[in-house]
Design a protein around this ligand. Sequence first.
Ligand code: GLC
Length: 517
Amino acid sequence: MACAAYAHAIIKNAGGRGFVYNSMKRSGWYENTVFYEIYVPSFCDGDGDGTGDLKGVISRIPYLRQLGISGIWLTPFYPSPRVDNGYDIRDYRNVDPAFGTLADFDMLLRKAHQAGIRVIIDMVLNHTSDLHPWFQESRRSAHSPYRDYYLWEKEIPCNWESFFDGSAWEYDDTAGMYYYHAFSRNQVCLNWSSPQVRRECADILRFWLDRGVDGFRLDVINFLKTDRGAFHADNPVENGVTRHVYDKNQKGIYEAIREISRVVHAYPGKYLLGEIGEDDLCLIKSYVGDGLLDSAFQFNLGSMEKLDAAFMADQMRRMEAEGVYPTLFFSSHDMRRHFNRLCGKDRTKAELLAVFLLTAKGIPFLYQGEEIPMEDVPVESLRDLKDIQGRYGYDKKLAEGESEEAAFLYARERSRDYSRGMVEWEREGDRDSLARAYRKLLDIRKRHLSLSMGEYGEIRQQDGLLYYQRIWEKEKIGVYLCFDGHSPELPHTDVLYEVMDGNGRTRGIMRYEQEIG
Ligand code: GLC
């Protein structure tokens, strides 16, 4: 029985159907914000130990400000054994010594705010590290007040698999029972039917809100286990692949998210962004709106497998038809970098995508280093395979009797190490760097509200050329992007931005089209 690897599943699921909603109401500051994802372990090394840390982030705030982004999403920086690079939290109210201290965090927040940059932090409420004191207490005794914090069963109740690979049930010698984990066995799922767990999580959110964060990115939030009864249904298996049906979107999930939303929105102006691991538009939509999430990540455009103007136009139209205000990104720490995946390392294509990201309708999320542009780091040997999802796959294949080579090839496909290399800041000033293009585009976006606030006018595509208009009050801006290498005749009047390829041919134009009225 096989289970599609996690990121892989998201990418496949994309199949053109994942949207994210921001309800029809557009009122929050976040809708005009350009976010920049900082994967803390590999963003910037501030203390010379070779890995990223909060001091490193602080040192780059002037750069980020100059770049022109207005929000940061910080991936987990909490104390953690880092089995899944921090998405396995051991202490929710502190900073991992490898990344700094709480004082560094406060300083980061202060400096970012002074620079006009808001900060949202990743919050993992679906699971804790197995080294979290709650779990250590929970496994020790059936009478522990913490026993009920996790999901213990005497026998394996169903066929559920981990999103990383292999069974989701792990036997614990100390407890003499099985516990449930949706990801690695070191990321133990919390029991969201427990009022005590909910109270603890609310307190954790308040702890960071009181410190002044501007919001949260809630990790895999529709996976919360809110219904113990669901354990009695097996997930369907089709062609050897498990479909995750009963282990997410459980009964009680909306109430849990409402509770989280009440806690967060009791603080005015805070932003609640959720990662919804889904490909069904209606389902994703249902998590966003008053009293729920402010927006949710969508993977339809971000995870497309090749640059395709027709596909992009189709997605844009569908989002329009559905009234979707999407999040826009092409790279993240869970997927391969789009410079490799979509652009084939072609700088012109990367620049065209930057134009799209910063002029199409939605909330852009840049991934660290895409503006340099950073490339995927190769995973050539077992030594390079650090990601837990890859390592799980490797062990699983060996256990199934595959050769080391076959196991490695399988694991390499699943590994998310590619996009997690240290950002090569020394390349920032290179002739080929895209940073100048991003800066200029961000500046244009700031000066022309139609690019952030505007509705779409026409959306068209033909022969690899994508064209769309953004309209706000009296302003109309037209964007022409030619992804497939030919250079059609494009209008060259009132040009705000032009993308030229290495042969001096125009491949993209953003132009001021007319004043209305
Ligand atoms: C999210 C994170 C991913 C992590 C997983 C489990 O999808 O983006 O990196 O492995 O949740 O916490």
